[in-house]
Design a protein around this ligand. Sequence first.
Ligand SMILES: [Ca+2]
Ligand SMILES: [Ca+2]
Length: 239
Amino acid sequence: MLRLSTLSSVSAAALVALATLSAAAPARAALVTDPAVTIAPSQDAFVYEDLPTTVMQQSFGGAYNGILAVANTDLSGHDLFAYVGFNLTGVTLNTDDRVTLHLYVDDGTTIGFPFQNPSAAAPALVTASAATSAWNESVTYATIPTVASTPAASVSVNGVNQWISLDITDLAKDWISGAQTNYGLVLQMPNPDAGGLVAVVTDSSAGPNPAYLQIGAVPEPASLGLLGAGMLLLIRRKK
Ligand SMILES: [Ca+2]
Ligand SMILES: [Ca+2]
């Protein structure tokens, strides 16, 4: 009898532990914790002022499906805007989490547009702002969504073949809390290039170095690449 009651009290304890675990599981699944979590775009697109009714990624045999492109040229009619959306349903943030958009800047001169690359001599400021109305993968220059007047983040791009990042934590918090509807991000170049024809061309979700959103506790300087971020993580863990 003693054995049995001991066994059954152990089993009961195990069951309580299991019940506790499974009760806690849904909350844990939704909680985003370290190390960083990455989220792929739910949709992305770019539009070209010169081809106002052309779905750029879906035309030209899909030649531009792998890129996003941003430009604000002094030439009239050649601006480029890019759009990136993320499904954040079920995502919650810890107080020290940062939400960062990562984009890989391509050599835009190889993709067939008559644009120049940003450089140290001619850096290009790129902003990420909240879209404030709906868009989808079929967006064209003629059907662009409205955009928030103040950008959520900006980054100066001074070269190609490198990662750039934009910290959109405050905007993401508003999306997650419902304070703002999540229509995704608009990437733009707010300042016209000084007489040039500069475009920032990045990989889309379909490119070799796909765009992604990173959620994690490590704050990242805008210019820090993936390797740098990884090293920073290691350094912090060693403490
Ligand atoms: Ca797309
Ligand atoms: Ca312009």
